[in-house]
Write a protein that binds this ligand. Structure first.
Ligand code: B1M
Length: 233
């Protein structure tokens, strides 16, 4: 089995075998193979977006399910996450390099107590690819860090990410702080992360819940267009 693995030449595989192989490699945290696979798909004319969603995010979903079911543990998941990040690092400049007009400015980060950052990094890339300027403030952010970044960056949009049921309520604390400081109406507040849903987004007073990075881009565009229309009328 190990010999067969050693003999595998990724570039010899057709797309319909390469993508599942990359998902296996992601599962096994094989960073170099992920980098090679991403480059092969790019050479074959795949769009960066399709590589992200089909090969990388698809693979991470399997990792997530097995983590949930106790088949994988934190060290393995970290290796998978590192392999995913290596693939994303190649795709990021390609997604950004669209020459799209500047759409608006966003601050994004994961909330206090939460260190998951793959999803919000993906949202950052997709937003930048769509022409937004994004300040990604990373993980474990208290309300004051979001608010300071919003002011410093002169942002239009606040994006918050949470992956844990225990950290998602912190989003409401940030929104409440904005309200207390009379700033809530200055920003479009978008929230996302696997445990959230639309109802939660409404309940905490966000403007919208975004299921994935593509929805985040469309929602942000929609709100920015509305803001510009209001300003014009
Ligand atoms: Co964590 N983890 N984890 N983990 N982890 C989950 C979230 C979990 C669901 C796994 C499981 O049990 N099935 C579970 C949460 C259970 C719950 O709360 N109900 C869990 C747990 C329990 C934990 C620990 C507590 C484990 C432990 O220590 N015992 C611990 C928590 C640490 C902490 O945060 N304080 C922990 C740690 C870790 C690692 C460090 C090992 C690693 C994170 C590495 C990293 O991010 N750098 C990790 C990972 C990788 C995961 C899973 C497997 C994958 C998450 C991911 O990256 N998904 C995850 C299982 C899962 O989600 N299926 C799991 C891929 C990513 C592209 O999707 O983040 O959903 P996602 O982002 C999407 C959308 O949600 C949306 O767009 C993105 C792109 O389409 N989106 C936004 C996200 N944020 C947005 C913001 C927006 C808009 C859209 O703003 C505008």
């Amino acid at each position: 089995m190990a010999d067969q693995e050693d003999d595998l030449i990724l570039s010899d595989l057709p797309d319909d075998e390469l993508v599942p192989q990359m998902q296996d490699d992601l599962y096994d945290g094989m960073k170099e193979e992920i980098v090679e696979g991403v480059n092969i798909l790019l050479e074959r004319g795949w769009t960066p977006y399709d590589i992200l969603t089909k090969a990388l995010v698809g693979g991470m979903t399997v990792v997530g399910n097995d983590f949930r079911d106790g088949i994988l543990f934190v060290p393995e998941v970290l290796m998978a996450a590192n392999a995913m990040k290596a693939g994303m690092a190649i795709l990021k400049p390609l997604l950004v390099e669209t020459g799209a007009p500047r759409m608006g400015r966003m601050v994004i980060g994961t909330v206090k107590g939460d260190i998951h950052d793959i999803g919000q990094n993906l949202v950052t890339m997709m937003m930048e690819g769509a022409g937004f300027e994004v300040k990604n403030i990373g993980i474990n952010n208290p309300a004051e860090d979001y608010i300071a970044a919003l002011k410093d960056f002169d942002a239009d949009i606040l994006g918050m990410s949470a992956l844990l049921t225990t950290t998602m309520p912190y989003m409401k604390i940030v929104i409440d702080q904005l309200k207390e400081q009379g700033l809530r109406d200055d920003y479009i507040v978008l929230v996302g992360g696997a445990p959230l849903n639309e109802e939660f987004g409404r309940a905490i007073g966000a403007d919208a819940y975004c299921r994935d990075a593509a929805v985040a881009v469309e929602t942000a565009k929609d709100f920015i267009a509305r803001k510009h229309n209001q300003a014009a009328s």
